[in-house]
Ligand binder design. Structure first.
Ligand code: ATP
Ligand code: MG
Length: 703
């Protein structure tokens, strides 16, 4: 509805000539009814001038309220009375609004009606006074805006919430990462510590999983494979070991994986050589949280190297065996010497008495030669059993080697190339020079035999110190300074079996008659008797080195000069002195007595120490005590010598022995001479004469 009481009919230039201004105004006003906004216009006197239909609908005016000229205050008063402006005094509300309208200014504001409708109210002044007010229902927009805002806020809140959550999560994650890093570092550290420990302990440690594959190996374990430990990982035993050994060990791994601990000892040819090993296989069954029964998930393999222990044990066995054989051969040789003394003595007399019967003389001579060979054999047996008489002298090894080399060039064929080497700084030794030469000769001949087509023979001397670790491996060694004499050849070498038996007397690989098997036995006995140590290193097809370790001589005070023996001619061998002969073997006693009598001596015989003491107590003159060393009845040659010299200080003493170890062991008095059995009449004659011709010794001390 358009309320317009203006009825002017003037038309404007350019306008529809058929319509007056009033008509056009009325139509324009009528158009206002089609607007979606509510409109009201008040004039300068604040009276209602124009409004449209929407104004009535939107603001809910009763149809009879509005009229042209209605005062602004009346409209406001109506609104205030129906609570349109909210709580408060309606008069104050009206007065306030009227006052504002009078001093009219452009404005735009929102008002919420009691029914919740939201209005946007814009007011603009009109030229010539009054104002137009446009009302728009913005409830829907407002709701949409509110919903949008609310959803936005919800979103914001959600985003905020999520962000907070994420930040917390991030912080937790960072903490977890840090924790993990710390654990990894600790694990790494602990692992490297465990590796250090396992690499340091002298055991071989490995771990195989249920698939029988290496999961761990310490350095020592890997060393035997000649590979870094990592390269073993993932492999099985049969990929790494000789099939036979792998199968043997596999059985133990299987047992361990079935939950049984086992161990095994075996031989393993590694890159480092032949090893004796003991391995323990221990099941690994960690406790299972969800099961009462532990499940075996792998096995630990702990191995120890028994090589040194085994070698020491073998060396000890060898030394003990050789010692036992030595005692046996020594005993036999001793008895043999006694027999040979008789045989040789009587044969010599026979030979002498049979000069007129060439036939029988020849037989006696042949028998004599055979007996001499027997004596030579016994001497060598005694050498092995460390019972030969040694005459140690102070020697300079380089000088000794020089002499031996000269001897050797004549003995060895042209096909053997000889080389000797000994620095002047090599320490002195104190051994029997004859026996040393003999030993080196024996070794050189062995070397020559091992090189039938020629080769190199190298003899050298150097200084070595054998420490306690070495002595542990070689039980016959006393730690200390030694001179090492090495005889090395490039010959056929020895197999392990030959090497193990080489020192045994009568062990030979040579053809019947070509070797007696006593060469190395003698060398062994001689070196042992000289407080040394002998060792063979040999490899088939490569060669052999025999090393003699002879103790360094440490001078103590003034060195005693070895007595030079002046040869005696036969005319001096006779004598007239009185000899007390003490010998338990009647045959030897008979031979010696006859020999001495034939040389002019006066002989008193005694069968043992007791008889001899009785004779010594008698007043007759006695110039020489000639006694056996070992006799039954408790009084041996040594005791007898002391007793005799106590009673008769000027008496000379000559002891006979086939068993010189005793002489060495009990410490033969310096004034006593020694005659080794077996001996021939000339040996006896020389020894007796030389002893009698010695200047008288001083008085003997008691004890
Ligand atoms: N240099 C060497 N090279 C290889 N084998 C050796 C060597 N020396 C010794 N043998 C072995 O050791 C064995 C024993 O040696 P040994 O010297 O004791 O006796 P033999 O030489 O056989 O006889 P004999 O020395 O009594 O004449 C020899 O038969 C030989 O098999
Ligand atoms: Mg030999």
């Amino acid at each position: 509805m358009i309320m317009n009481d203006s009825s002017e009919q003037q038309s404007e230039p350019g306008a529809n000539p058929g319509l007056s201004i009033a008509e056009r105004g009325a139509r324009t006003l009528a158009c206002l009814d089609y607007l979606n906004e509510a409109i009201s216009i008040f004039d300068g006197e604040l009276r209602l001038l124009v409004w449209n239909r929407r104004f009535v609908e939107l603001l809910d005016f009763p149809p009879d309220l509005l009229r042209v000229g209605l005062p602004f205050a009346a409209v406001i008063a109506y609104n205030a009375s129906r609570g349109e402006y909210g709580p408060g005094d309606p008069q104050v509300q009206v007065a306030e609004r009227v006052r504002l309208a009078r001093a009219f200014q452009s404005h735009c504001f929102e008002r919420i009606r009691p029914d919740g409708t939201v209005l946007e109210i814009r007011g603009e002044p009109i030229a010539g006074g009054g104002f137009i007010t446009v009302y728009e229902d913005i409830t829907a927009r407002k709701h949409a805006e509110a919903a949008l805002r609310e959803s936005h806020e919800r979103l914001e809140a959600r985003v905020h919430e999520r962000t907070t959550e994420l930040l917390a999560l991030n912080a937790q994650l960072a903490q977890e990462i840090e924790e993990r890093r710390r654990i990894a570092a600790a694990l790494g550290e602990s692992e490297s510590r465990i590796r250090l420990i396992t690499d340091t302990v002298p055991a071989l440690i490995a771990y195989l999983d249920a698939e029988r594959r290496y999961q761990f190996a310490n350095q020592k374990h890997a060393e035997w494979f000649g590979q870094p430990a990592e390269s073993l990982l993932g492999h099985t035993l049969d990929e790494l070991l000789d099939p036979l050994l792998a199968r043997r060990l596999q059985d133990h791994v299987d047992a361990a994986l079935e939950g049984r601990s086992t161990h095994v000892e075996y031989e393993w040819i590694t890159l480092a050589g032949r090893r004796y090993v003991r391995s323990f296989f221990i099941p690994h069954a960690p406790p299972q949280p969800d099961s009462a029964r532990a499940v075996v998930v792998g096995c630990f393999v702990l191995s120890e190297d028994l090589t040194e222990y085994r070698q020491a044990q073998m060396a000890l066995n060898q030394a003990q065996k050789l010692k036992a054989v030595g005692q046996l051969t020594g005993g036999i040789a001793h008895d043999f010497n006694n027999l040979l003394t008789i045989i040789l003595g009587h044969l010599a007399m026979l030979e002498e008495g049979l000069r007129d019967n060439p036939e029988l003389h020849k037989s006696a001579h042949t028998a004599m030669n055979a007996a001499r060979r027997g004596a030579d054999l016994t001497r060598r047996l005694l050498a092995f059993s460390r019972q030969q008489t040694l005459l140690p002298r102070l020697l300079s090894p380089p000088q000794q080697l020089q002499e031996i080399a000269e001897l050797l060039t004549r003995t060895l064929g042209a096909s053997v190339e000889l080389e000797t080497e000994a620095a002047a700084t090599v320490w002195n030794i104190r051994v029997d020079p004859g026996q040393l030469t003999n030993a080196v000769l024996n070794l050189a001949i062995n070397a020559r035999d091992a090189m039938p087509n020629g080769g190199q023979l190298r003899i050298s001397a150097d200084n070595v110190t054998l420490d306690s670790a070495y002595a542990t491996r070689h039980p016959d060694v006393v730690p200390g300074d030694y001179v090492r004499l090495a005889v090395a050849d490039s010959g056929c070498g020895m197999t392990v079996d030959v090497l193990e038996r080489a020192f045994e007397p009568f062990f030979t690989t040579k053809a019947l008659g070509a070797g007696t098997g006593l060469g190395l036995s003698m060398v062994y006995g001689f070196v042992q008797q000289s407080s040394g140590h002998v060792r063979i290193r040999s490899q088939p097809g490569v060669g052999t080195t025999v090393e003699l370790y002879l103790p360094r001589h440490v001078p103590r005070g003034r060195e005693t000069v070895a007595m030079v023996e002046t040869p005696l001619d036969d005319s001096h061998l006779r004598g007239h002195e009185a000899v007390l002969l003490v010998e338990d073997d009647p045959d030897i006693r008979d031979f010696v007595a006859r020999a001495l009598t034939s040389l002019g001596y006066r002989v008193h015989e005694a069968a043992d120490g007791r008889e001899a003491l009785a004779l010594l107590a008698m007043p007759q003159a006695l110039d020489l005590l000639l006694s056996d060393m070992t006799m039954p009845g408790g009084i041996g040659g040594h005791e007898l010598a002391l007793a005799a010299r106590r009673q008769r200080p000027s008496i000379r003493v000559l002891l006979m022995s086939g068993y010189s170890e005793q002489a060495v062991a009990v410490g033969l008095p310096a004034e006593c001479a020694l005659l080794e059995k077996p001996f021939l009449k000339p040996d006896l004659a020389r020894a007796v004469r030389r002893t009698l011709d010695r200047p008288p010794a001083g008085p003997v001390a008691d004890g």
